[in-house]
Design a protein around this ligand. Sequence first.
Ligand code: NAD
Length: 443
Amino acid sequence: MDITIFGSGYVGLVTGACLAEVGNHVLCIDVDQSKIDLLNSGGVPIYEPGLDTLIAKNRAAGRLTFSTDAVAGVHHGLFQFIAVGTPPDEDGSADLQYVLAVAKTIGQHLTQYRIIVDKSTVPVGTADRVQQTINDTLAARGMSIEFDVVSNPEFLKEGAAIEDFMRPDRIVIGTDNPRTAELLRALYAPFNRNRDRLVLMDIRSAELTKYAANAMLATKISFMNELSNIAEAVGADIEMVRVGIGSDPRIGYQFIYPGCGYGGSCFPKDVRALARTATGIGYQPQLLQAVEDVNDRQKELLFAKIDQYFNHALTGKTFAIWGLSFKPNTDDMREAASRRLMEQLWQAGAIVRAFDPVATHEARRIYGERPELILMDDPMEALEGADGLIIVTEWSQFRSPDFTAIRVALRTPVLFDGRNLFDYKHVTTAGLTYVSIGRQLHS
Ligand code: NAD
């Protein structure tokens, strides 16, 4: 099948590469010329495990091409995927300007039947707006051409995106048109083989399903973070509590890790956008608001612990940070906990020596060259002369470090662990003070 994808970011590239991998001819369109140039020269603008190999293979086979030519995009695919960003607007609602710009482009150049598949995360009612925008644009051309708008939210996780796309838990399709549903069923058939994972529903429910999923996951995290603060205050250990509650199959072990707050391009913005949808219709989303508030507070926790440990005297101190990306296996730093922490440390007069396996280029892009941020290529070199090590992202390579070597390299032997990676005995027997989340201070 011929497929066009508007937006060559995390979702668009993975979708394009995976759809090409099963034999489709995919044209990926983006407005960012430098991104398209990079892709056309064999580069990949983001870090996602396995993506470079998949793109290279399908480019070589002639099934995956990249362009800024939106007109060619509209002419190419029966399926026109919208996978552009929906960042938060000033009031927290989803900014739909990129989605609607694609809709307008499609309306301006449509010549025959097309299925517009919305993969971006968008508030309920957006499919109607896309439909209206295309109709208005067609009307301005004095034309009437049949098309369908489908909601097909994406549930991939950065860091495991290819696996998630190739073997999805579910494929949500929102459409009122049975014929379109069958065409999408055929498109997704290669990813839907061992049992039927396709969940067909109306468009509004599909749009809401994506927000419901992310809000639920964010709620689990904020719940555990709330509990971790209570545990710490009452002298309990949240890690024991976690194991104790996770053993109940109704609760489960997944996604109940306490930490220094959720970040990324989805949870923060999607919880906020869903809350704005609710307030927009006069409903007070108390739980969603609490999820967001708890997370906001949690993102300040590591700094508060560091500040307290050093008696509010951080000026001139240097801290090593391990982990900049919002989670392991990605270079994405959107709303990452590391950013709030670094900015607070700088505000307090401290310097950061940071290491991340893949995200240092992203940190350089965001913050530029500045004396208070020293980006390191080696985790141990980041420690030299530092007044403490702070772990912000749970990359697997941080899980079994040489604590004695860490203590020797640090100027002040203290480890702040925002992800509770270690048994405190291992850390403290090496002569380090261990400060973690929802547990007592161990020295
Ligand atoms: P991204 O910022 O990585 O990529 C968006 C791309 O769209 C950019 O390259 C941008 O240049 C391009 N773009 C903007 N306007 C365009 C236009 N008019 N025509 C063509 N391209 C255009 O975003 P992302 O992380 O891939 O997210 C895309 C959408 O998918 C969002 O709505 C997001 O919430 C949702 N989503 C993201 C994830 C994730 O893990 N990143 C997972 C599920 C859903």
